[in-house]
Design a protein around this ligand. Structure first.
Ligand code: ADP
Ligand code: TRP
Length: 347
C-alpha cells in the first residue's frame, strides 16, 4: 500500500511507439527507483501523443505496450499508481484554468514550439499548449518530484511558473516567485514540483552519437529480439581508428552506452583496452551486446507475457485511473472554489 506521509512523484511517457534505451535510462529506471521512496504516480500520456499521432489503432496498441514496458521493467502496480492520462478528465479542466493565468510569452519560449516555428513547420494548437497540459498533469496530483530526462526540465520550470501565476491570482500568494521551497505550501495552493534528472543518464546517445530519439531514427528499442538487437548495436557509429591503434575512450559512442550497463570495474577494464590498442570497436560492440542482453532479456520475457494478456494490463490501468482520479478531484475542488467556480461538493 502507498503511505500518505511519503512525498509524491508524478511522471508521464507518451505512447508514440515503444520505448528505447534513452527512455529506459533517462526516465523509466529513475522513475521506478524513485518509487522506493515516494508515492509514485505514473501515466501513459495519450493526450500528449495526439499532438502528432493520427492512427487510432497504433495509439491503442502503444498505450498498452508502454504500460507493459513499465511493468516489465519492474514497476509494481500494487505500490504505484499507473493509468492512462485521458482517463482523468480533470486534467483538461485544470489545463484551461492554467491557460487563463499564463502569458503567451511563457508558452512561446517552449523549445518544442520554437523549434517547429524556426523550421517553418506547420504546427497545431496542441503543440503550442503542450506545456500547459503537462503542467496540469503534474499540478493535478500535488506532485513534489517529477523524474524526467534533461530535455523535459524546461517544462518543469514552466509548471512551477504556472503554479505561481495561479497561486498569485487566486490564493493571494505574493508575486515574484516567492511561493518557493523557502515558503511552505499551505495545502490549498497548487504545489510547485521539482524536476529530478539522473545526471549519468541525462542524455543517452543514439547510434549516431546525437541524443537517442524515436524521431531521429537512431534509437535501440528496449525489447527487440536478439537478432535485431545485434544489428542495431553493430550499427553504432564509431571513428575509423584501425584495430591495432590505441583509442580514445572519452569520445566513443559504444563506451558511452556501455557505461550505462556495466559496473565501474568493467568500465575501467574496457577503457584500459581502448588505450592499449589491438582492441577493435567490433569487440567493444560485442561486450555492449552481452551487457544489454543480460539486462534486458528477462524484462523482454516479462513484456511478452504481459502483452499476451492485454486485459490484465487494461485492468491495471483502470484501477490506477480510479485512484489517480480521486486525487485529481480533490485538487480540482480546491482550485474551482478558489477561482469562483462552483465546487462540485456544493451540490
Ligand atoms: P523520444 O525523443 O524518443 O520521442 P520522448 O520525448 O517520448 O522520447 O521521451 C520520454 C522520456 O524519456 C522523457 O522523460 C525524456 O526526457 C526521456 N528521454 C528520451 N530520450 C532520452 C535520451 N536520449 N536520454 C535521456 N532521456 C531521454
Ligand atoms: N512531455 C513528456 C515527454 O515528452 C511526457 C509528459 C507528459 C510528462 N506529461 C508529463 C512527463 C508530466 C512528466 C510529467 O516525455
Amino acid at each position: 500500500m502507498t503511505q500518505l506521509s511519503r512525498p509524491r512523484c508524478v511522471s508521464g511517457i507518451k505512447p508514440t511507439g515503444l520505448p528505447h534505451w534513452g527512455n529506459y535510462f533517462g526516465m523509466i529506471r529513475p522513475a521506478i527507483e524513485l518509487a522506493e521512496t515516494h508515492d509514485a504516480f505514473y501515466f501513459i500520456a495519450d493526450l500528449h501523443a495526439l499532438t502528432s499521432v493520427r492512427d487510432a489503432a497504433s495509439l491503442r496498441a502503444d498505450s498498452l505496450g508502454v504500460a507493459a514496458t513499465l511493468l516489465a521493467c519492474g514497476l509494481d502496480p500494487a505500490r504505484t499508481v499507473l493509468w492512462r492520462q485521458s482517463d482523468v478528465p480533470e486534467v483538461l479542466e485544470l489545463t484551461w484554468l492554467l491557460s487563463c493565468v499564463t502569458g503567451l510569452g511563457l508558452v512561446e519560449r517552449a523549445h518544442a514550439y520554437k523549434d517547429a516555428q524556426s523550421k517553418g513547420k506547420e504546427t497545431n494548437v496542441g503543440v503550442f499548449s503542450y506545456p500547459v497540459l503537462m503542467a496540469a498533469d503534474i499540478l493535478c496530483y500535488d506532485a513534489d518530484a517529477v523524474p524526467v530526462g534533461k530535455d523535459q526540465l524546461q517544462h518543469i520550470e514552466m509548471t512551477r511558473d504556472m503554479a505561481t501565476f495561479f497561486n498569485v491570482a487566486f490564493f493571494g500568494a505574493p508575486a515574484g516567485g516567492t511561493v518557493d521551497e523557502a515558503a511552505p505550501w499551505d495545502g490549498r495552493m497548487l504545489k510547485r514540483p521539482r524536476g529530478v534528472v539522473r545526471q549519468n543518464a541525462a542524455l543517452v546517445p543514439g547510434l549516431d552519437g546525437q541524443k537517442m530519439s524515436k524521431s531521429y531514427g537512431n534509437h535501440i528499442p528496449l525489447f527487440v529480439g536478439p537478432k535485431e538487437l545485434k544489428q542495431r548495436v553493430m550499427a553504432i557509429v564509431t571513428d575509423s581508428t584501425p584495430l591495432e591503434a590505441p583509442k580514445d575512450p572519452t569520445t566513443c559512442n559504444v563506451l558511452a552506452l556501455y557505461r550505462l550497463f556495466a559496473s565501474a570495474g568493467e568500465v575501467a577494464e574496457l577503457e584500459a583496452r581502448y588505450r592499449a590498442g589491438g582492441f577493435g570497436f567490433g569487440h567493444a560492440k560485442l561486450a555492449l551486446l552481452a551487457q544489454a542482453e543480460a539486462a534486458f532479456a528477462p524484462m523482454r520475457a516479462r513484456y511478452d507475457a504481459l502483452m499476451a494478456d492485454p486485459d490484465g494490463i487494461e485492468a491495471v490501468l483502470q484501477a490506477g485511473g480510479g485512484r489517480a482520479r480521486t486525487v485529481a478531484r480533490g485538487v480540482i475542488e480546491r482550485v474551482r472554489s478558489a477561482c469562483g467556480l462552483r465546487a462540485r461538493s456544493e451540490g
